[in-house]
Design a protein around this ligand. Sequence first.
Ligand SMILES: O=C(CO)[C@@H](O)[C@H](O)COP(=O)(O)O
Ligand SMILES: [Fe+2]
Length: 213
Amino acid sequence: MILSPSLFAADAGRLDEEIAQVEQAGAEYLHIDVMDGMFVPNLSFGPNILSGIRRKSRLFFDVHLMIEKPERFLEPFIREGADGVTVHYEATDALDEIAGICRERGVKFGVALHPRTPVSVIEPWTDVLDILLVMSIEPGFGGQAFMPEAVPRIREAKALRERKNARYLISVDGGVNPETAALCREAGADVLVAGSSVFRAQDRKAALELLRR
Ligand SMILES: O=C(CO)[C@@H](O)[C@H](O)COP(=O)(O)O
Ligand SMILES: [Fe+2]
């Protein structure tokens, strides 16, 4: 299981220490939420923050773009250190272009699905997709409860991968804690994104171990 602590839940006054802690505790990815106040009613990190934290960490930077027309900002996020860029299906008509740029620049191409977007919409891109992000909350805020409807959607994403003989990782984002992590794992998740359950815990290593178990 790949664990991707979500930086949005970290103490913004000491991001480098927070990142070092989860890196030392054995996280594989660092999930970085980018919000534009349009696609979601909130704001978060921009490319300048990515550039700053890139100098402090070797983790895989798993960038989750919750922005309208993400193709406008792909280049700065790649340049500043993203290893994977996940865009929302609902936010763009340019998935082919985005997939092409990701391939050219050697970064993983991810697509996120809002909880009400059918999993089947991704079918035309399954052969170029590296990460399918199944949202298990309404995007825009951390600390929300996991939506149980996500579980059959993870199963559907896995069945689709098998049927299409595709290779994408299935990632789950929102309300992931030790209990809901178990449901996600059983359903077929490969990557667990977890904000509050990691960064609100005193002992990050213990928190990651509980998610992994
Ligand atoms: O993309 C988002 C929110 O839109 C997430 O990545 C959250 O930041 C996850 O936080 P928790 O639900 O784990 O607290
Ligand atoms: Fe996210």
